[in-house]
Design a protein around this ligand. Structure first.
Ligand SMILES: Cc1cc2nc3c(=O)[nH]c(=O)nc-3n(C[C@H](O)[C@H](O)[C@H](O)COP(=O)(O)OP(=O)(O)OC[C@H]3O[C@@H](n4cnc5c(N)ncnc54)[C@H](O)[C@@H]3O)c2cc1C
Ligand code: SF4
Length: 553
């Protein structure tokens, strides 16, 4: 209690948690429309962009809504997408399916290959120039509630708590940032959004949110291999037909190749390791041809929200709103969410501006909900609503074929689908199968040229956390990993975590195994919070500034 009394309170009209495209777009729109409105943006990364991990092929429609003159202003979208290629991979060969007719929105003509992190760095500069207060290194760790139960802001910037909970000499109790409206723009599986969703029942009428884990490396390749603007996607190997996912490979900028692999987190085999699937995937002849002779520059991972239209929660709650991927606005077949994140920030900002003009505070921005329902975001997500359920039900080959038919149907018949609206069914955690029904997978050893072990990968993500702080990966029941998850599922955290945070260690022969959490390696992907089959791991914010420091990701 003494801590809370000591907290300084800062007052704003709007406080935004997360300096991704959604949060920064909302901040910019607020200030563009009304320079008198006070706006703060909090970012847990050491700088804006440090925690942003994306592909990215960027559809500029969102940015254009914000800055029609973004080109003249120097937004870092320099490489136009020049060529689309789709491949179905077998173990050695590749079948080019680029000729298959796709609805126009699946083509990348008019899009740009870029680093979303760098776009966010640029947006933050524009926001600051308009008078937005941007605070990097400030993790928003709690929601603050008013007496009537509405959200009145957040607690941020708590520093200097030791691992054992005691206060270190540099202890700071943090600040309470109060606002008329608080926007949660934390990206996929936001930790504060989870609290708001539970408290206000925001997901009660929605399907469970679905996720994928996206792993990405940035390579710099020799000039003769560089094909600026090439956008390549694959399905198939190394995943089997029942395990959803695929890859992306984009050429852009200064001889960069962004290569990434997505595994849908409803996979069943608890022995599957998305990290190792990604590493072996790079050895495929159709992939290694792009990377050989190049140098790996960076590595990272991040969850992607994949539930789409059926899973969008109620967006507004008393005193705030969910925007961007905190609300799940990513379009799965396009693997694009940044344009919708920006669009949603604009819609929420407009609703807040109207409310502020009427001197309201702390109520529900129902105008944002209605604006979303009539928006391009909703239209776009509705048109592809069955793609993910079709993949999940029918596997990759048949699922891709049926989803193609479905997308053409919604395109040609005003949103009509012969499948109606399919349900996602269970959560990704509940989809995990039992260890007794599967065989462990023997992954090839990394060769240190194209493939690498987890620790050397985490090293180049520049991840860092002060080790003398409480572990931010909380176990609701510390006995579950060894007593339940190990016998039932082989403790899949060892394998799904892309940073080697979780280990099951046996100190000596015959000793009881221990569950070890190397939290300092965490790259903030949120996969454990999503996939733990016992839903026992809760991702919370560590001290601000900790986590990865991604360059150009
Ligand atoms: C591998 C991969 C490939 C992708 N490819 C593409 C693509 O090619 N094109 C495309 O358009 N989209 C792509 N996406 C999706 C796109 O990245 C997202 O849709 C987009 O980043 C969502 O923006 P956002 O602002 O909602 O969240 P984010 O971009 O995730 O930003 C959230 C920000 O909030 C911060 N934050 C979170 N919690 C807190 C807290 N409690 N306190 C303070 N700060 C906090 C985070 O550090 C982060 O900086 C891809 C995603 C992945 C993972
Ligand atoms: S500990 Fe969890 S959030 Fe951190 S890298 Fe591992 S799976 Fe991702």
């Amino acid at each position: 209690m003494a801590d809370e009394l000591a907290r300084e309170v800062m007052e704003y009209d709007v406080v935004i948690v997360g300096a991704g495209p959604a949060g920064l777009a909302a901040a910019i729109r607020l200030k563009q429309r009304n320079p008198e409105v006070s706006v703060a943006v909090l970012e847990k990364g050491s700088e804006v962009g440090a925690h942003i991990l994306s592909g990215a092929v960027i559809d500029p429609s969102g940015l254009t809504a914000l800055f029609p003159d973004w080109k003249a202003k120097g937004a870092p979208l320099e490489t136009p997408a020049s060529r689309d290629r789709f491949l179905m991979l077998g173990e050695q060969g590749a079948f080019d399916i680029s000729w298959l007719p796709m609805p126009g929105y699946m083509k990348n003509h008019g899009c740009y290959v870029a680093s979303l992190g760098n776009l966010c760095r640029w947006l933050a500069g524009e926001a600051e120039a308009l008078g937005v207060e941007v605070y990097p290194g400030m993790a928003a760790s709690e929601l603050a509630f008013a007496e009537d139960g509405a959200v009145k802001g957040v607690v941020a910037g708590v520093f200097g708590i030791a691992r054992d909970g005691s206060h270190k000499p540099d202890y700071q109790p943090g600040v309470e940032l109060h606002a008329r409206y608080t926007f949660l723009a934390e990206g996929a599986r936001g930790s504060l959004a989870k609290v708001a969703q539970a408290r206000f029942g925001l997901c009660d009428k929605a399907e469970p949110q679905k996720y994928g884990i996206g792993l990405k490396e940035l390579w710099q390749v020799p000039a003769e291999k560089f094909q600026p603007g090439l956008v390549q996607h694959t399905f198939g190997w190394p995943l089997d037909d029942k395990t959803g996912g695929g890859s992306f490979l984009y050429h852009f900028g200064d001889r960069y190749v962004a290569v990434g692999f997505v595994v849908h987190l409803n996979y069943k085999n608890p022995f599957l390791s998305p990290y190792d699937e990604f590493q072996r995937f790079k050895h495929h002849p159709a992939i290694r041809a792009h990377l050989e002779g190049g140098r790996r520059v960076s590595y990272g991972a991040r969850a992607i929200s994949e539930g789409g239209w059926q899973s969008v929660p109620k967006l507004a709650f008393p005193g705030g709103a969910l925007i961007g991927d905190d609300a799940g606005f990513l379009n799965v077949p396009r693997i694009k969410g940044s344009h919708n994140a920006i669009r949603s920030g604009v819609l929420a900002a407009d609703a807040a501006l109207a409310a502020i003009a009427e001197d309201r505070r702390g109520d529900e921005l129902s105008a944002y909900q209605s604006a979303y329902e009539a928006s391009d975001i909703a239209r776009e997500l509705r048109a592809v609503r069955n793609v993910k359920p079709l993949w999940s039900r029918f596997g990759t080959v048949l699922g891709v074929l049926l989803s193609g038919i479905d997308m053409w149907s919604t395109r040609l018949f005003g949103g009509f689908s012969p499948f109606g609206t399919l349900s996602h069914g269970m959560t990704d955690a509940a989809a995990t199968g039992l260890a007794k029904d599967y065989q462990p997978i023997a992954y090839p050893k990394p060769d240190g040229v194209l493939s690498f072990d987890k620790l050397s990968s985490v090293f180049i993500s520049n991840t860092n956390h002060d080790e003398d702080q409480p572990c931010h990966l909380k176990l609701k029941d510390p006995s579950i990993p060894i007593a339940v998850n190990l016998p039932r599922y082989g403790e899949p955290a060892r394998l799904y975590c892309p940073a080697g945070v979780y280990e099951v260690v046996t100190d000596q022969a015959g000793a009881e195994p221990r569950f070890v959490i190397n939290f300092q390696n965490c790259v903030h992907c949120k996969t454990c919070d999503i996939k733990d089959p016992s839903q026992n791991i809760v991702w919370t914010t560590p001290e601000g500034g900790g986590g990865p420091n991604y360059p150009n990701m």
